[in-house]
Design a protein around this ligand. Structure first.
Ligand code: ADP
Length: 302
């Protein structure tokens, strides 16, 4: 059952068309990504979903409700992490969570949330003194403190170091495992690839593709690359004779084989047959980054 339905939504600011006929649905229990370059219309789309903006045309339904008309009810059931969520500088972490949990009918145990987000030691620290990563984690805790059915997380890991980013991804997976539907806005390919069940790729206000991350990648290119250093000279024809192989190139001692299908298995079988050992063997596949460039004509700004 869809929990979010976006149907032919348009939104312009003066002359700027921010959202141009966007439609998609999000199913219960999935992590759905809205992916696109800066200025693509991601935030505006999400703001139409969380009721902060009214579409000029089109309809939005969240849990069957209208984000404008039923805003009070949806505030109870949808947790939103905003890009610029700022708290008073002097509020302490525990005070913020206690205050926010008082807004909800069925608040979560905020002490447990603090522990999950590794913020327990910071509960008496003021907002001002938190690091960027800690502020980010607090904003996630605040989005979850009302025990929402849907969590909307916008640019979740911007500004986090790689370890904190991976920790946050793990946390999002745990949230989904508890049955929360997650709508994730991101311009990080790695984040979408790792976390999302499906992704709507938005560019210049339009959905240019909607698929699983793997589906988007395979749509772009099915080519794979295998690199290695052979332990003995390897005549090219041994490789080019394979139906999986489309090309062979040499870079110094390194051989680079391109092709499709089960390329790795085909190449390693030939090497084994000729008792050649492949050192530094690497397989490279098209990534969501490649899909992004192919579908939007732009390089990922991250
Ligand atoms: P994203 O979240 O993908 O970066 P936005 O939805 O924030 O994209 O913005 C989409 C377009 O609308 C951009 O061209 C942006 O400059 C413009 N825009 C966003 N908010 C406003 C606003 N309040 N007033 C005028 N233009 C805006």
């Amino acid at each position: 059952m869809p929990v979010i339905e976006v149907c032919n939504v348009h939104k312009r600011y003066g002359e700027t068309v921010a959202v141009d006929d966007v439609s998609f649905t999000v199913e219960a229990g999935e992590i759905f990504g809205i992916l696109g370059p800066n200025g693509a219309g991601k935030t505006t789309t999400v703001e139409c979903i969380d009721g902060l903006r009214t579409p000029d045309r089109g309809t939005v339904r969240v849990l069957g409700l209208d984000p404008q008309r039923d805003r009070a009810e949806l505030r109870q059931r949808v947790g939103v992490q905003l890009q610029d969520s700022q708290l008073p500088e002097k509020i302490k972490v525990a005070e913020a969570l206690d205050l926010y949990s008082s807004f909800y009918r069925t608040p979560a145990d905020w002490r447990a949330l603090l522990a999950d987000l590794r913020l327990t030691e910071k509960q008496d620290t003021t907002f001002r003194k938190l690091s960027g990563g800690q502020k980010q984690r607090l904003s996630i805790a605040l989005a979850l403190v009302g025990s929402p059915q849907i969590a909307i997380l916008d640019e979740l890991t911007t500004g986090l170091d790689p370890q904190a980013r991976r920790d946050t991804w793990q946390l999002i997976e745990q949230i989904r495992d508890r049955g929360v539907t997650v709508l994730l806005v991101t311009h990080f390919m790695a984040e979408a690839e790792r976390l999302c069940d499906r992704v709507a790729l938005i560019d210049s206000g339009r959905v240019v593709a909607l698929d699983t991350p793997a589906g988007l990648v395979s749509r772009t290119s099915s080519e794979q690359r295998v690199r290695f250093r052979p332990s003995a000279p390897l005549p090219d024809h041994l490789l080019t004779d394979l139906p999986e192989v489309s090309g062979v190139a040499h870079r110094g001692a390194q051989v680079l084989v391109t092709g499709t299908g089960n390329l790795l298995a085909a190449v390693t079988a030939v090497l084994a047959r000729h008792q050649i050992v492949a050192a530094d063997l690497r397989v490279e596949q098209a990534s969501l980054d490649d899909a992004f460039v192919a579908l939007t004509g732009r390089i990922d700004p991250s």
